[in-house]
Design a protein around this ligand. Structure first.
Ligand code: GDP
Ligand code: MG
Length: 595
């Protein structure tokens, strides 16, 4: 055990995490660049052919130091979407140390901070890695000071390196061995293995990535999932090198994978503890904070014949993504679909793109909404995830909205516009600290304002320099108005949104204008109205179309006529018929961009 080192690599996006991983594999695998690409790719092709998902979040490599001692270096990549900090914290829980990679041409950014604090909370040893020193504008000294100044950790053991050229990587490995502690735990104690991640493989069933905290796990053991008490026989165990390699046992301190005939990832939940059925451990390991979806939106197939395909696809996607929530939803405008819960807008975009690309489902999404905590006059508290279920105003005692704490890092010359933006978003400043080259700002801002286009606006007012990281803080009371949209007097429930009361009439007008712009002319007039608490606050009319498109095709130009008709038909496919009005897909999501 004393020759094992378990560590994660954490960084702000694009600072070089993946490149560093590749370089470590290359150096320790003792493979040449060509062999490495051949070998790694070969095994991937094979796995791809057999349809096996590759999710090598953990890689074990061997390193021989100058004294010929062999070390097992285990690095655990951030599983899944890199942007989700809870995923980072899962990886970290399997480690004793973390490499904090900072791009020395960029410096510390918001995600660097957030990930580093997560590692510090878990008492991990941190080695700052000043990456990209091969670039002419690299300034590792400045970045090293920033680490001390902004993050507040010592950078005495920082390593300067280039993951691209390999400079300094040898030093880095020596530092990993020197500074990161070897794992603790008792090899003769009952087995306790923490499930770091589980995913579904079409051929193998559920594969779980585990860290053995105590004891030994043998192939063919009978194991127990501690939260459910259910027993399973172990089919296979092993490690990733990054190829999937079978082993006879995994022992205290090691990280590896296990397959034991579990059919659903919900039966091997992330954060759970595995033990042996023969000699079970007394206690579960402390798991992870349960994550809940932060935003909700309705997803509806454009044509109703895709409903079953859609339902199956959601089922399949959720097999590998326990944070994806869905339940059936029925809309008078859009028909049958699902209300889905996501961790954030990026998560929503990824899921929607996968549904459309991998399953060829044409989808309409309604505007995403946060969860409101509503206290009714009868004392009941409800958590509202769909604007169309908003209770009658006279039933409501208080509405509370989710507030997030935003940590923003920005160079001082952009401070003014960033503060102005935060104020516009109803932000409340809780802290501001000046560092040498950056200012760190803390704001409490309603989540509703942050999930819309705050990030893009922040980037735009700071010429791309500000970085943002945020976390749910608490619910806080707020005045909210419900805006309904009526098209030819018919309420379109999928266009209903909730807005801060002061912005409500402005937003209602903007939505009406947007609809006028997006809905094409028809053979009849179309009236668009917006109401707040059932009184009309905005209206507009789309005048009827006079010209017949076919009138231009005089004579017998059949093929041209056909083409035009086909074009119209294709156009209609991207529309949703509501009453007798065709509304384009884009209209439903467009209300997102009105702020
Ligand atoms: P990640 O998002 O943290 O995984 O970052 P990547 O490893 O994907 O790197 C982002 C970009 O930086 C890629 O274009 C890399 O080629 C580049 N990069 C990473 N490390 C270095 C380095 O040491 N030197 C230079 N010049 N480029 C690097
Ligand atoms: Mg990467």
């Amino acid at each position: 055990m004393k020759n094992i080192r378990n560590f994660s690599i954490i960084a702000h996006i694009d600072h070089g995490k993946s490149t560093l991983s590749d370089r470590l594999i290359q150096i320790c695998g003792g493979l040449s660049e060509r062999e490495m690409s051949n070998q790694v790719l070969d095994s991937m092709d094979l796995e791809r052919e057999r349809g096996i998902t590759i999710k090598a979040q953990s890689v074990m490599i061997n390193y021989k130091n100058k004294k010929n001692d062999i070390f097992n270096l285990n690095f655990i990549d951030t599983p899944g979407h890199v942007d989700f900090s809870y995923e980072v914290s899962r990886s970290l829980s399997a480690c004793e140390g973390a490499l904090l990679v900072v791009d020395s041409t960029q410096g510390v950014e918001a995600q660097t901070l957030a990930n580093c604090y997560t590692a510090l909370e878990m008492n991990l040893e941190i080695i700052p890695v000043l990456n990209k020193i091969d670039l002419p504008n690299a300034n590792p000294e400045k970045v090293s000071k920033e680490i001390e100044d902004i993050i507040g950790i010592s950078s005495y053991n920082a390593i300067k390196c280039s993951s691209k050229t390999g400079t300094g990587i040898q030093n880095l490995i020596e530092s990993i061995i020197m500074y990161i502690p070897s794992p603790k735990g008792k090899i003769d104690a009952p087995l306790q293995a923490l499930i770091i991640d589980s995913w579904f493989d079409n051929y193998l069933g559920v594969v779980s990535l585990i860290r053995i905290k105590n004891g030994i796990l043998f192939e063919k053991d009978k194991i127990q999932v501690m939260s459910t008490g259910k027993n399973y026989f172990v089919d296979q165990i092993g490690i990733f090198t990054p190829k999937k390699l079978n082993k006879k046992k995994l022992q205290c301190g090691e990280v590896g994978w296990v397959i034991c005939g579990i059919k659903s990832i919900t039966a091997a939940p992330v954060g759970d503890t595995l033990t042996t059925a023969q000699n079970p451990a007394k206690k579960r390991l402390s798991g992870f904070k349960k994550i809940k979806p932060q935003i909700y939106a309705g997803l509806f197939p454009v044509t109703s014949d895709q409903y079953e395909t859609f339902k199956d696809a959601l089922g399949k996607l959720s097999l590998n993504d326990s944070s994806l929530f869905y339940e059936p939803e029925n809309s008078n405008a859009l028909g049958f679909g699902f209300r889905c819960g996501f961790l954030g807008l990026l998560h929503m975009e990824i899921i929607q793109a996968r549904l459309e690309r991998e399953y060829s489902i044409d989808l309409i999404s309604t505007a995403p909404t946060v969860i409101y905590e509503i206290e009714l006059n009868n004392g009941k508290i409800i958590y509202l995830d769909s604007p169309s279920n908003f209770p009658d105003a006279n039933q409501i005692k208080t509405i509370r909205e989710p507030i997030v704490e935003c940590n923003i890092l920005v160079p001082p010359q952009f401070l003014g516009p960033v503060i102005k933006l935060c104020v516009e978003k109803r932000g409340f400043q809780t802290n501001m600290i000046y560092h040498a080259h950056q200012v760190s700002l803390k704001y409490n801002i309603p989540m509703n304002e942050v999930v819309l286009n705050f990030f893009d606006e922040l980037k735009s007012v700071s010429s791309g320099y500000a970085s943002l990281e945020y976390d749910f803080k608490h619910f806080q009371s707020v005045k909210i108005a419900k805006i309904d949209i009526l098209i030819n007097s018919e309420k379109v429930d999928a266009l209903t949104i909730l807005a801060y009361y002061k912005n409500a009439s402005y937003r209602a007008r903007e939505i009406v204008n947007k609809m006028k712009e997006l809905i094409p002319r028809h053979q009849f007039d179309i009236a668009i109205q917006a109401t707040i608490n059932n009184s009309i606050v905005a209206r507009s009319t789309i005048k009827q179309l006079r010209k017949n498109v076919l009138s231009k095709c005089y004579g017998g130009d059949i093929s041209r006529k056909k083409k035009l008709l086909q074009k119209q038909k294709d156009g209609k496919k991207r529309m949703k018929k509501i009453g007798n009005v065709n509304i384009p897909k884009t209209a439903f999501i467009s209300i997102l961009n009105i702020s």
